[in-house]
Design a protein around this ligand. Structure first.
Ligand code: ZN
Length: 417
């Protein structure tokens, strides 16, 4: 096992750990760990809400999920010799949940969760159809995930970090705040918000204290969006064996990571949509000096996905076009056509006895594939969502016999009002 350079004790809160991570992006957050080029090391990660979501049958915790506290990230990790303009080469050597024998009371040890955020607290891809909070608990056995809240499905997880990235420079941070602020200003009262401005409340900035903390907390970027530094890309194919090339914006690169997922469908459509967990990640790092200009990787990371994905060979796919549910024609709107494809799949699964919420959770958590199938055939873009048929315990394909009925069990826990 590689040396654990960022240890976490799963019985303690994030702020009580031996090494303090962070939950905002800022160039002044000092590195907590220093590693050499061409080295391999282990990092522990807390699940993104630091244990606020419980293994029970109520969604009140998801309804009240403290979005100002996310994401709790491990790092920053400085890489010796890294300078702005370099590419940081990160290999995901291994990634997984904390082993069962280390089981503690907090999320991520043998189980994880998927939630639907209420429109009032984050929303999601289909928030118009699903405005309330719901939660599903998933149990892990080896690579398999099952849920007492969604009978009739089991699938092989596609374990990956939802969030990893390098620290921004002061210049880059100012650019983020300017462009996101301008977007918010177009409709500041919108629910859910168009973007999340800097928020000193609940900011954790590693080793920063005093005036330096106050100054940084007022401008530090929230971790929800993916940006030029990587960040919360939620790419399900960042599995074991992946190599990522991140632009370096500050000396040392200052790499951070967290938001581990046991599994996720393309799009992470319920927003809390992966199977969220705590765990470990083993990384190898190296540098391509001056690589940003050599390869033109100045904005946004590039990567080579690992090849340890679940092996599913048969799919049932649903298509959608850029026409609203009310029948209004939109011009090549691929966001809308993917929503329509997902709603199409949800509607189909309800014919087998699932509630719409159960079906939505399956699309968020199982390793479904989403594709932009056509983006030029005016006026309709065509998006598709592919469900592996083998994740269902029954035959999910259409046939002359009609759909078998699954016992919906206790269903998906909702929140009280
Ligand atoms: Zn996540």
């Amino acid at each position: 096992m590689p040396e654990v350079v960022f240890p976490l004790d799963s019985t303690k809160k994030f702020t009580e750990q031996e090494k303090l991570g962070h939950n905002r992006w800022h160039p002044d957050i000092p590195a907590q760990v220093h590693v050499k080029r061409d080295s391999t090391f282990r990092v522990h990660c807390r699940e993104w809400f630091d244990g606020a979501i419980h293994n029970d049958d109520s969604a009140d915790d998801v309804r009240d999920a403290p979005l100002s506290t996310v994401h709790v990230l491990s790092g920053p990790i400085a890489v010796e010799g890294a300078q702005p303009g370099d590419l940081l080469v990160v290999d995901i050597v291994d990634v997984g949940p904390i082993p069962q024998e280390d089981s503690g009371p907090l999320a991520g040890q043998g189980w994880g969760y998927t939630g639907i955020f209420a429109t009032q607290n984050g929303g999601g891809f289909l928030t118009e159809q699903f405005p309330d909070a719901y939660k599903v608990i998933w149990d892990f056995r080896g690579q398999q995930a099952t849920s007492r809240h969604v009978p009739g499905v089991s699938f092989t997880g596609i374990v990956h970090p939802g969030l990893m990235g390098t620290a921004p420079s002061h210049e880059l941070l100012a650019k983020w705040n300017a462009r996101e602020g301008a977007l918010i200003a177009t409709d500041p009262e919108r629910v859910p918000a168009l973007a999340l401005p800097p928020l000193p409340q609940d900011a954790i900035l590693g080793g920063l204290t005093g005036d330096a903390f106050e100054r940084a907390a007022a401008e530090a970027a929230r971790t929800a969006p993916p940006r030029e530094n990587g960040g919360n890309q939620d790419i399900k194919n960042f599995t074991k064996g992946t190599r990522v090339f991140y632009p370096v914006f500050v000396d040392g690169a200052n790499l951070s990571m967290g938001d581990l997922h046991f599994s996720q469908g393309d799009g992470e459509i319920t927003f809390c949509g992966a199977i969220e967990m705590g765990g470990f990640i083993d990384l190898h790092v190296d540098l391509i000096k001056g690589g940003m200009s050599t390869y033109g990787v100045t904005e946004n990371a590039i990567f080579m996905p690992g090849n340890t994905d679940p092996q599913y060979s048969q799919w049932l796919a649903f298509s959608g076009t850029s026409v609203t549910l009310d029948g209004e024609q939109r011009y090549l709107d691929s966001h809308l056509s993917y929503q329509r494809a997902c709603l199409h799949a949800i509607d189909y699964l309800t014919k087998f006895g699932y509630s719409p919420e159960q079906a939505y959770m399956i699309l968020g958590a199982a390793p479904i594939e989403g594709r932009l199938s056509g983006v030029v055939d005016i006026p309709n873009s065509c998006s598709t969502v592919y469900l592996p048929t083998a994740i269902f315990d029954f035959d999910v394909r259409p046939s002359a016999n009609g759909p078998v009925q699954v016992d919906p069990g206790m269903g998906v826990p909702r929140s009280s009002f």
